[in-house]
Ligand binder design. Structure first.
Ligand code: URA
Ligand code: CA
Length: 433
């Protein structure tokens, strides 16, 4: 087989066979195919697309390029939730203990945040001592006994995707549905769950800015999952404004605790219930979505979800006293209000821009090497559709520096006040097989 023939074939709009895709992924991962030929093939895929079979084959070739996690020693149906990335998205912190409280095993792999979106690992580390450097055996034991554990991302998962993603980044081939869908799904499949709930975000803070693109990506991922034997479904949810009120690590930890108490923001609570109900269904622990929602609400109301969170934090070395003593969370030295310059209605809170403002405070990383300041961030005091009086606070800035002019200017620039608009829809569509 010669790579140049595969490039010619794809350029002509023909489908590649499983063997041809395997040859490409193997050769590129091992360094036998140079970047210039791989780039040409990626560009051909970018313009000519791939059919469902090619997408599934590409995904599995990337899965098999490295280590895969074997979760078969964990009893029950393992359901994973994956978000395509958002601002202030605290759902994983809520869902992991919530679903585990129903005896559904949550065996989660987690990474750090980069850019305007936060990472679950950073948020968890706001419980002092929490660590996910645990062995695979310990991880599996913890899930079997507690139903929930989180482990750090293995370095050897889907090396083909790592190499290809870096190449796509510099060749203008990131924004391709078959390439994005196979990239995301390869990582989820290698991580070993039996079933996958995808939270595909849409809007300013999301990878996909329009509903149409988000639906297309969601359908592509759902089809890949189901074609390779993993029960997969997707929820399209709003990321035009941040989710909940809190953006920042310790602030989101507090928000998750409030939500597990049943006292969280309405949108975070609702999205957690929608995603959680789908997870319960895939785990076959309820007969209908209505029943699933009912039993999720039960474990919130009777305190079992919060107790599960306490157990989860403690079992991985984390200080669970933060649940009853929020003062034990990392704190910021300064709280600075951002008063509205006019009266009216909040029309827009551009999510990715708010994420960048939080990053500037130290809540996120501009580069992988940056340190995160766990105590800092933003609390929105208003959401889209809310009325605001001149002088009333729009946002509280939690900072470890008193000089926040740049952050404040950014916030004024991305929060629009004017005529009344309705609150945006939270759930756009549910995509199943
Ligand atoms: N996220 C991924 O993991 N892969 C892509 O290709 C795009 C976003
Ligand atoms: Ca939030």
């Amino acid at each position: 087989m010669r790579i140049v023939d595969l490039i010619t074939k794809k350029t002509a709009g023909l489908a590649l066979s499983r063997e041809e895709i395997q040859y490409f992924i193997d050769g590129y991962t091992k360094g036998n195919i140079p970047d210039y030929q791989a780039s040409a093939l990626l560009m051909a895929i970018f313009f000519q697309d791939m059919n469902d079979q090619e997408r599934a084959d590409l995904t599995m070739a990337m899965v098999n390029s490295g280590e895969t996690i074997d979760l078969s020693a964990i009893e029950g149906i393992k359901v994973d939730k994956h978000s395509t990335g958002g601002v202030g998205d605290t759902t994983t912190l809520v869902l992991a203990p919530l679903v585990a409280a129903l005896d559904i095993p949550v065996a989660k792999m987690s990474g750090r945040g980069l850019g305007h979106t936060g990472g679950t690992l950073d948020k968890l580390e706001s419980a002092k001592g929490f660590h996910l450097e645990i062995s695979k055996e310990e991880f599996i034991n913890l899930v079997n006994t507690n139903k929930v554990a989180v482990i750090g991302q293995s370095g050897n998962l889907t090396p083909a995707d790592k190499k290809l993603y870096a190449l796509r980044d510099v060749t203008g081939t990131v924004n391709s549905i078959p390439l994005i869908a196979s990239s995301i799904m390869s990582k989820k499949i290698a991580a070993g769950s039996d079933a996958i709930v995808l939270d595909v975000k849409t809007g300013a803070g999301a990878f996909m800015k329009t509903e149409e693109e988000s639906v297309e990506l969601a359908k592509a991922m759902v089809r890949i999952g189901n074609n390779v034997g993993r029960n997969t479904m997707a929820v399209i949810s709003d990321m035009s404004q941040p989710l909940g009120y809190a953006i920042g690590n310790a602030l989101e930890m507090q928000e998750a605790i409030d939500t597990l108490r049943g006292k969280g923001p309405a949108d975070l609570m609702e999205l957690s219930l929608v995603l959680g109900s789908q997870m319960v269904m895939l785990a076959k622990k309820a007969n209908s979505l209505e029943d699933a929602r009912k039993i999720l609400l039960e474990v919130i109301n009777n305190g079992k979800a919060l107790e599960k969170f306490r157990l989860f934090l403690t079992s991985q070395g984390g200080d669970a006293s933060i649940i009853d003593h929020p003062e034990n969370l990392p704190q910021a030295s300064y709280k600075i209000e951002v008063p509205a310059k006019a009266s009216g209605y909040v029309r827009n809170i551009i999510a990715d821009e708010v994420g960048i403002a939080a990053m500037w405070l130290g809540a996120g990383r501009a580069t992988k090497e940056d340190e995160v300041d766990l105590g800092v961030g933003l609390i929105l005091r208003k959401k889209v559709g809310d009325h605001v009086e001149i002088g009333e606070s729009l946002v509280t800035i939690y900072a470890n520096q008193s000089e926040v002019t740049k952050v404040m200017e950014k916030l004024y620039a991305c929060i629009e006040i004017g005529e009344k608009v309705p609150a945006p829809k939270l759930i756009y569509q549910i995509i199943t097989q």
